[in-house]
Design a binder for this molecule. Structure first.
Ligand code: GRG
Length: 298
């Protein structure tokens, strides 16, 4: 399997589902929904929904129609996109470029961007809990909702963002950087893997292995993000390069230098793949995704 065509095919599958699962910009709330849709459809690698679908494929549980997981996959992308919209606000990272386009608040204004983020976050839980979507059992849906809520909130992504902002321009121990990374970035990535696995009926042993896999690729993802921020160009990234240094953020390259950081990312990818030894060929996309996270250029 070739990773580029796999990613492309999966990305299109997920983006096609937006037509079904994301409200249309019409009626009384059309401006608000348009602002939500602007960021959601602006591009993006769709890594979290792809991981969700790949984890479901890897598991030998009950047969699950990929269509049944699409609301979960779309919900993950809504939550991720909301976090980007809010992260770009002047009160946070104050960025004007995201996914190669003007950030939400630059185009729609701050109030509309905040509400677009709020709308995306809340819509995710509408999608996850809607009894009309798919045939996943209520038990599975509830478990998935809890996994995603826990990973997105104060003990996960939101908490990590708060810690990150509180520590700008400060010196802090490496363990704090690890906590920031694992909560701000790693938690939603791990939850994406677990959500797909739960949807496909994974047993506890498989869930433990996939949780470790998720944590390792989450770590690799953030380390590579740090590296790209320090070494790639704004054109390559579609977002402002060099912003970490400008905002006084502690990063892996700042602690270890570029070369050692690359080795750490590679090690995390290798640990992630080691977590998949009990899985057969159906986990091939998860293995390729781990490699891709290391080699990605944006
Ligand atoms: C505002 C609650 C809140 C959280 C923000 C996601 C985040 C937390 C901040 C974004 C800043 C950042 C660089 C985070 C690290 C890694 C990351 C999430 C990068 C962006 O994700 P990609 O590369 O983006 O998957 P695309 O655009 O491809 O979806």
């Amino acid at each position: 399997m070739e990773i580029k065509s796999y990613l492309n095919e999966q990305r299109l599958f997920i983006e096609k589902a937006f037509a079904t699962y994301i409200p249309e910009a019409k009626g009384d709330f059309s401006d608000h929904i348009q602002a939500m849709r602007y960021s959601l459809t602006a591009g993006g690698k769709r890594i979290r929904p792809i991981l969700c679908m790949a984890a479901a494929q890897a598991v030998e549980g009950e047969h699950v129609d990929p269509q049944d997981l699409l609301p979960v996959a779309c919900a993950l992308e809504c939550i991720h996109t909301y976090s980007l919209v809010h992260d770009d606000l002047p009160a946070m990272d104050n960025d004007d470029l995201r996914r190669g386009k003007a950030t939400n608040h630059i185009l729609h204004g701050e109030a509309a961007a905040i509400l677009a983020g709020d709308g995306l976050l809340t819509w995710a839980f509408d999608l996850l809990s809607n009894p009309a979507h798919g045939t996943l059992s209520s038990d599975k849906k509830l478990r998935i909702i809890h996994i995603i809520a826990r990973a997105s909130g104060s003990l996960g992504m939101v908490g990590g963002q708060a810690l990150d902002i509180a520590n700008e321009n400060k010196t802090f121990p490496f363990s704090t950087l690890q906590t920031i990374h694992s909560s701000k970035t790693g938690a939603l990535i791990t939850a994406s893997v677990l959500a797909g696995a739960v949807g496909a009926g994974a047993d506890e042993k498989q869930l433990t292995a996939l949780e470790q896999y998720g944590k390792q690729i989450g770590l690799a993802f953030q380390i590579v993000d740090d590296l790209l921020n320090a070494t790639a160009t704004t054109e390559q990234l579609g977002k402002t390069a060099g912003s970490d240094a400008e905002l006084g953020k502690a990063t892996y390259p700042a602690y270890f230098g570029v070369e050692k950081t690359r080795i750490k990312a590679k090690n995390a990818v290798s640990c992630a793949k080691d977590c998949l030894t009990e899985f057969d060929d159906k986990a091939e996309p998860l293995r390729l995704l781990a490699d891709y996270i290391y080699t990605r250029s944006h």
